[in-house]
Design a binder for this molecule. Sequence first.
Ligand code: TIU
Length: 230
Amino acid sequence: MPRVRIEAEPAALVVDLAAAALVIIDMQRDFLEPGGFGEALGNDVTRLRRAVAPCKAVLDEARRLGLLVIHTREGHRPDLSDAPRHKVERGDPANRIGARGPMGRILVRGEPGHDIVPELYPLTSEPVIDKPGKGAFYQTDLELMLRNRGIDTLFVAGVTTEVCVNTTVREANDRGFRCIVLSDCCASYFPEFHDAGLAMIKAQGGIFGSVTASPHLLRSLAAVGNQKIA
Ligand code: TIU
């Protein structure tokens, strides 16, 4: 089984790729495109677009090697019965979760805006986790899926760095999964929160996990050559 050394902060790591997965968090049109939830919350969505190309490069390499890839989407049932009241009632009523926007009902499963951006669209073989919360482990079968596959290490990408990425990494850390967050594959509407979100993960000897930039991972994966992981 291929093992690779990856440059990371606070320290380099050795990863058994057969026990690793790429988890891409919430790269949904609602967060990344105009007219969605992100913009409805008053955010500049172009700030998130910069993560798409690095994510695509890592996704392509993961697919080439046969690394397990899991996508997540934040969103709710059409009747919003799985959405806490305070979450639904946040913000301008015209732009709330469940309200009708240019990409359908905001953050509702099955609507165009809820789906993943075309550049990173999942293959049918790649599990998609629909999650009602910020963390990908909360009320989902992600942990079951990872344990069934013997996964102990997660490469984490997606948006936003300080919200769903950080929440997921903290949940994963408590469950015993090692997280390696790909800094340029994550993004935030607030650059300072992106930086702080990454700093919090890798501080204190990597209290929640490690951080690296995608070129380091890509270099390590390229060294595997044409060996297939699975
Ligand atoms: N608003 C914001 O920064 N994020 C979210 O609402 N969800 C995710 O991060 N996916």
